[in-house]
Ligand binder design. Sequence first.
Ligand code: SF4
Length: 282
Amino acid sequence: MRTVFYDEIVKKIKNEVININCKPSQHLLDLYEKGIHNETDGRSKNILCILKENSLIASEKMIPICQDTGTLVALVYLGKDIKLDKGFLLDAICQGVSEGYKDGYLRKSIVNNPIERINTNNNLPPVVHTFITNDDQLTIIIMAKGAGSENMSSLKMMAPSSGIDGIREFVIDTVRKAGPNPCPPISLGIGIGSNFEGVALLAKQALVKDLISDKLSYHNDYEILENEILDELNNLNIGPQGFGGKTGVFEVKILMEPCHIASLPVAVNINCHVLRHARIEF
Ligand code: SF4
């Protein structure tokens, strides 16, 4: 067994919660740059420049890139040969999240109950998904997920005969209906397969596909299909912030898993232009 320290988990989660909200990743800066280079619509090119500049100012001043600092989602890959020196893993994650939102002056966006709607004032609880792995590694992916894009996400239990054309139609319909609401340029995580609850989680994992490539159980190289769907979506002329142009979507990432013979579950999880993800190793 390998021992991981409770206090180290708290500290790293806290620091990364602040970092992802205030500092754009190199990947996001590259996406802005690519969009600025490729965009032919003058106004949309200008918007992309403003979005990039906004993220750089946030980084310099260590203030949030966006006021909606999101629900904190944690994907926990927990090796079977890991133990903590003290306490409970979920408590350590929650403490790190709470301290990060407090000390980073990040907006607390979670309410205690969907009907009562009293702010919990510490951004708790996070949404945590745990996957047991056959090793002595502990890897946690954190994501700050704003409501504007999460609200535009969609799930459909399709007939198996719908096939790839039906999947494309559903994805395009979801993005067209979302329009400017999820603060484009958006990124899409598309889950295909599993079952009702499994496909939603698959779509969430697809958003961070590049960060979890060593954790995936199935063959998941769908680059050609991803690029084809990306081109189709950018032909919708949604553009940055919905002002038109060909940079409405930054990325499309697909994950597939086996499913029932009578099912074809598909989920589309949308992320706004503020991609706030990090991989933390212990
Ligand atoms: S969708 Fe993203 S950019 Fe838009 S308000 Fe929410 S967090 Fe901010």
